[in-house]
Design a protein around this ligand. Structure first.
Ligand code: ADP
Length: 188
């Protein structure tokens, strides 16, 4: 079983690349953003708890996020590999993920970060705002999300880098070329 963390700021293209990776390699896709959106849309108890936080652009507390993720992994005992998208977003989440995978007799084999400048990602999200229908794509909330990334989530990069697990891919350019660069990492 091979497990991958796809890492990057909001608007880096994680969703687009995830779809292509799933089609090619059959990963079970676990996107904490999609899961939270499902819960808020269906008004579950968890959804009620996180709705306001998400809509403000802030990160959901680690405790809630980690337990939701573990539950989701446990639902897929036959998975041949997981693709984690939007998780981990804090160092405690990264530590919890390692511990959890170890307990399950496996590990995170690849951490691939999509590198996109702040200016480029702001421009991309501004563009998708019109089509996305996501309340957290509004300008002020987007600012909050980008700030959350640059204050909390970036610290996950040195966490993986120190362990020699981090690979960085330029996230600017043709979708197909970025995809090829990721596939090269996974196949070597
Ligand atoms: P983005 O486009 O910002 O990458 P996501 O769809 O991954 O968005 O996440 C949307 C929102 O869901 C985040 O702003 C946050 O409120 C919540 N969220 C998603 N993943 C996490 C996580 N790992 N930790 C905390 N909050 C999260």
């Amino acid at each position: 079983m091979r497990n991958l963390v796809l890492f990057g700021p909001p608007g880096a293209g994680k969703g687009t690349q995830s779809e292509k990776l799933i089609a090619k390699y059959g990963f079970v896709h676990i996107s904490t953003g999609d899961l939270f959106r499902w819960h808020t849309k269906n008004d579950t108890p968890l959804g009620k708890k996180v709705k306001e936080i998400m809509n403000s652009g802030a990160l959901v507390p680690d405790e809630i996020t980690i337990s939701m993720l573990q539950e989701e992994v446990s639902k897929n005992p036959d998975a041949t590999g997981f693709l984690f998208d939007g998780f981990p977003r804090t160092v405690p989440q990264a530590e919890a993920l390692d511990a959890f995978m170890k307990k399950n007799g496996t590990a995170i084999h690849y951490v691939i970060a999509l590198d996109v400048s702040e200016a480029e990602l702001r421009a991309r999200i501004a563009k998708r705002r019109n089509e996305s229908n996501r309340p957290d794509d509004e300008e002020e909330k987007l600012n909050k999300r980008v700030n959350e990334y640059f204050t909390k989530t970036v610290h996950v990069l040195p966490f993986y880098e120190k362990q020699g697990r981090l690979k960085t891919v330029n996230g600017i350019g043709e979708i197909e070329n970025i995809f090829k660069a990721i596939c090269t990492i996974l196949e070597n």
